[in-house]
Design a binder for this molecule. Sequence first.
Ligand SMILES: Cc1cc2nc3c(=O)[nH]c(=O)nc-3n(C[C@H](O)[C@H](O)[C@H](O)COP(=O)(O)OP(=O)(O)OC[C@H]3O[C@@H](n4cnc5c(N)ncnc54)[C@H](O)[C@@H]3O)c2cc1C
Length: 441
Amino acid sequence: MAEALFTDDLKIDPYWWEAAPPRRINDSVPEAADVVVIGGGYAGLSTALELARNGTDVVVLEAEDFGHGASSRNGGGVSGTNVGKGPSAGVTSPVEKALGPERMRQLLVGGTESMNNLENLIERENLDCHYVRCGRFVGAYTPAHFAGMASKVAHLNAAGDNGAALLPREEVRREIATDFYYGGMTVERSGSVHPAMLQMGLLARCQEQGVTLCAHTPMQAISREGDGFLVATATGIIKAREVVVGTNGYTGKGTPWLRRRLIPAASYIIATEERPEDEIKALIPNNRTMADSKRVLNYYRLAPGGRRVLFGGRARLAMGDPRDCANILYNQMLDVFPQLNGIRISHAWTGGIAFSFDYLPHMGRQNGVHYMAGCNGAGVAMMTYLGTQTALKILDKANRPCAFDELPFPSRPFYTGHPWFLPIVSSYYALRDRMDRSRAA
Ligand SMILES: Cc1cc2nc3c(=O)[nH]c(=O)nc-3n(C[C@H](O)[C@H](O)[C@H](O)COP(=O)(O)OP(=O)(O)OC[C@H]3O[C@@H](n4cnc5c(N)ncnc54)[C@H](O)[C@@H]3O)c2cc1C
């Protein structure tokens, strides 16, 4: 294993924050509002924006600065087709098998809509966030994974105009300067975005629309009062007609029902130092977002401008010091791009995601409180979509129910939201990946 190299001024904050740092907007906590939204990421802000554009009086409570959560930390891969995938080898997960092709197709159609929704939102709101519909490449980690991709390609194309295609091993170099994969698939209907600029763009539009934005104001408790709710914070209690929870990987004890249904986990990213554009762009010549078919997957891309590589993965599923995981990611990056040997890491960071037990995203109501949760690591398009859909539901303006609305939302006996098993699970998955790969050699 190579020892990761770092620049002298290594930052353990997201690279994205250089262009769009978190913001502390401290409107005072009002006594009443039509809707209180908890969580200031894509889910919460897209809910608030849609409601405010339709004349609703909305408050967003954010426990930290706006931009603290996953929405300004992610890889910026935009895709609507990761529905139900889960951390499984190959591309047909047990969840997909259990749901069956028709149910999967319906959910994939919902996923496709999530991408339309994001593209429309970026255009309608004129959000400056480097969005490009660049397409995606998924590399097959083993020959068996490549064989499994044929049915995945068929499902994706049956679910909509996703432009999925298989790429045999001898053609992989059209997409990526490596011989690491046993083939792969491309999905044209995917994009990339500067995630923190997207988040800050949504925040700015919310502010323009008069949404009350309260940073450093965690919701402490929600209780019922008459037809509505009381939302308690350290600086006051808000009386609200509706409450929406969009806390995903940061869901706390104030919403125990939701917490029991989510497995909070971490994802990690490193950014390399800048190198000449021609050297970096040659690695991913079509500038797609990239991922692989491992259980402990890697995802990567070029930074906007094409002078650095951003390489991410669930190096550990548990939250930890991003510097420790940087070494794992650095070596995984060199497995794919040995030509980067010697490049230094300038940023290493982490953020919180949430798995659901069925690997599906969920929205719905529990005791009258709306929730949107369970991104399963892919929520740029999906959580924004669930936010918009939740707002339309509150406004009674949805044309038809969202595919993810009120799905059964499983938990497990005795599970309270503390994922003690994550280190064991991630070591097991990593071992299975290594075994599959060594068998393939
Ligand atoms: C490193 C990383 C890489 C990723 N890469 C991708 C990718 O390439 N593509 C993709 O589609 N997805 C990706 N994701 C997932 C994606 O970022 C998330 O699904 C999405 O941002 C979730 O948005 P959200 O609004 O639901 O939650 P978040 O953005 O996490 O926001 C939740 C907010 O709730 C706040 N909060 C929590 N409790 C309270 C409370 N009691 N009161 C008030 N506020 C509270 C938190 O402080 C937080 O700011 C990645 C995630 C990470 C961490």
